[in-house]
Design a protein around this ligand. Structure first.
Ligand code: NDP
Length: 449
C-alpha cells in the first residue's frame, strides 16, 4: 500500500468520475471523489435526464392533436409548467440519491467541495488537502455564451430547467443538439419559438439528409428559422427583450436562450500549478489512455473535449480504471460512436455521413427512404421520416446509418452494433424485417439513389 491518502482521487462526480471511481474501487483501490455541486453531474442534474423528461412532457401536445384521427375526443388539455418542473425535480432528487448510494456502496469517500490541484499528487478541497497516487479530472463542461451586450438578459440550458414560468415567445440562439432539442420542447409546450443560426442550416456536421428532415419536421411544428443571423445585442424593452441580430434586424421576445456550445470546465483547477497542459478552448490534452502531460494525472469526459457524450465519458472512465487498477490495457476508441438528438422529430445516427465518406475519398452507394410513419396516417400528419445507409461500394460495408422519425434513437442502438461490427449491406439484406415497423425499412432498402 502506498503512503498516499488514496490510490485515486477523482475531481468531479458526474458520469465519467463516478464510473471511474466505482470501477477502481471494485478493483481494490482506495478511492475518494469530490464534487462542488450535486453528485450526478451534468447528465443527471441539468442535462440528458431532465431534458428527456421535458421532451416527454412536450410530446403530449402532438398526441392530443393526433388522437381525434384515432376516434378520440379530447377535451381542451391544460398544462402546468410548475407541476412539471416540481415532478422533474423530485425525479432528479431521487437519481441524486441513487448516485450517492452507488458511491457509498462501492466504498468511495465523498468530499463535498471544489477540488483544486496543488501538484501531481495533491488535491485541495476547501481547507483540506488529500494526497493520491493518481488523480482523475472529470469536471465536465459548462455552457458557453457569446460576449455580446446584454447577454446576461438571456439564459443557458442550465437555467432553462428552472424557469419560473414559460415565456410566450422565445428566441433560441445556436443550431446544435441543445438548440434543436429545446426548440422542440418549448414549441410542444405552446411557446412561439424562433431559432437563430449564423449559417444556413441546423445541425452542422450531421448528414445533410438528417439536417433537411429535422428542419422540415420542426418547420411543420411551427418553429421559425432565422438563418445567417446571430444575436448581436440584447436590450430590455417594455414588452420583453429586444434582440438586434448580426444583420441589423431587430425583434422582441419574452426570453432568449443561448445554446451556443459548451466549454471544458477547467477554470481555477490549478492545472498550471500542476503542469497539466491544455489545448484549444482550454480542453485538457490527453493520450489514448486519458493520461495528461503529468504522468500521475488523468482526465476523462467533456473536460477533454473529445466526443462530448455521457456514454463516452462512462466508457473513458471505465477504461481508465481498468487500465490503471486492473492491469488491463484499454486504449480509448471513439470509432462509430452512435448518437441521438431528441429533437422533434428525433434522430438516431451512427458512423459516417455521406459527406464525410466522400471527403475521405471513399466510393459510396447511398440507400435512402422517405416515408410517412404509419402512426401519422390516421392522424393526418404529413411529416415524413428518413432512413439512410451509406455503404462502401468496394467492400459493401455499411459505413453509416441515419434515421429521422419516431423512435429513431431506440432503433439506432441495435444498428450501431451492426455498423460497429463492420457488417455489410448483404448482411442487412439477408436479415428479415420485423413487420409492421419503421425499422424494417433499413433491411429492405434495395436500390441505391
Ligand atoms: P453544439 O456545439 O452542438 O452547438 C453549438 C451551436 O452554437 C452551433 O450551432 C454553433 O454554430 C453555435 N454557435 C457557437 N458559437 C456561436 C456564436 N458566437 N454566435 C452564434 N452561434 C454560435 O453545442 P450545444 O450547446 O448544442 O451542445 C453542447 C454539447 O452537448 C454537444 O456537443 C453534445 O456533445 C452535447 N449534447 C448532447 C446531446 C445528446 O446526445 N442528445 C444533447 C445535448 C447536448 P456553428 O455550427 O456555426 O459552430
Amino acid at each position: 500500500m502506498s503512503d498516499y491518502d488514496y490510490d485515486l482521487f477523482v475531481i468531479g462526480a458526474g458520469s465519467g468520475g463516478v464510473r471511474a471511481s466505482r470501477i477502481a474501487a471494485g478493483h481494490g483501490a482506495r478511492v475518494a471523489i469530490c464534487e462542488e455541486s450535486r453528485v450526478g453531474g451534468t447528465c443527471v442534474i441539468r442535462g440528458c435526464v431532465p431534458k428527456k423528461l421535458l421532451v416527454y412532457a412536450s410530446q403530449f401536445a402532438e398526441s392530443f392533436a393526433d388522437a381525434p384521427g384515432y376516434g378520440w375526443t379530447v377535451p381542451p388539455a391544460e398544462f402546468s409548467w410548475a407541476d412539471l418542473i416540481a415532478a422533474k425535480d423530485r425525479e432528479i432528487d431521487r437519481l441524486n440519491r441513487v448516485y450517492l448510494g452507488l458511491l457509498d456502496n462501492a466504498g468511495v469517500d465523498l468530499h463535498m467541495g471544489r477540488g483544486r490541484l496543488i501538484d501531481g499528487h495533491t488535491v485541495a478541497v476547501g481547507e483540506q488537502r488529500f494526497t493520491a497516487e493518481k488523480i482523475l479530472i472529470a469536471t465536465g463542461g459548462r455552457p458557453w455564451v457569446p460576449d455580446i451586450p446584454g447577454a446576461s438578459l438571456g439564459f443557458s440550458s442550465d437555467e432553462a430547467f428552472h424557469l419560473d414560468r414559460l415565456p410566450e415567445r422565445i428566441l433560441i440562439a445556436g443550431a446544435g443538439y441543445i438548440a434543436v432539442e429545446f426548440a422542440g420542447i418549448f414549441s410542444g409546450l405552446g411557446v412561439d419559438v424562433t431559432l437563430a443560426y449564423r449559417r444556413d442550416r441546423i445541425l452542422r456536421g450531421f448528414d445533410d439528409d438528417i439536417r433537411r428532415a429535422v428542419e422540415a419536421g420542426m418547420e411543420g411544428r411551427g418553429i421559425r428559422f432565422r438563418y445567417h443571423a446571430a444575436p448581436a445585442r440584447l436590450e430590455t424593452v417594455d414588452d420583453g427583450i429586444e434582440v438586434t441580430f448580426s444583420d441589423d434586424h431587430a425583434e422582441t421576445f419574452d426570453a432568449v436562450m443561448f445554446a451556443t456550445g459548451r466549454a471544458p470546465y477547467t477554470w481555477d483547477l490549478g492545472l498550471e500549478d500542476a503542469g497539466v497542459h491544455t489545448g484549444p478552448g482550454n480542453r485538457i490534452e490527453v493520450d489514448e489512455f486519458s493520461r495528461t502531460s503529468v504522468a500521475s494525472v488523468f482526465a476523462v469526459g467533456d473536460v477533454t473535449d473529445r466526443v462530448n457524450l455521457t456514454p463516452v465519458a462512462l466508457m473513458e472512465g471505465h477504461a481508465f480504471a481498468d487500465t490503471q487498477f486492473a492491469g488491463a490495457k484499454r486504449p480509448i476508441d471513439h470509432a462509430d460512436t452512435p448518437a441521438a438528438i431528441f429533437s422533434q422529430p428525433p434522430v438516431g445516427t451512427v458512423g459516417l455521413s455521406e459527406e464525410q465518406a466522400r471527403e475521405q475519398g471513399l466510393e459510396v452507394k447511398v440507400f435512402r427512404s422517405r416515408f410517412t410513419p404509419m402512426k401519422y396516417t390516421l392522424a393526418g400528419r404529413a411529416e415524413k421520416g428518413m432512413m439512410k445507409l451509406v455503404v462502401d461500394a468496394r467492400s459493401d460495408r455499411v459505413l453509416g446509418c441515419h434515421v429521422v422519425g419516431p423512435d429513431a434513437p431506440e432503433m439506432l442502438q441495435g444498428f450501431a452494433v451492426a455498423v460497429r461490427a463492420g457488417l455489410t449491406k448483404a448482411d442487412f439484406d439477408r436479415t428479415i424485417g420485423i413487420h409492421p415497423t419503421a425499422a424494417e425499412e433499413l433491411v429492405t432498402l434495395r436500390q441505391p439513389v
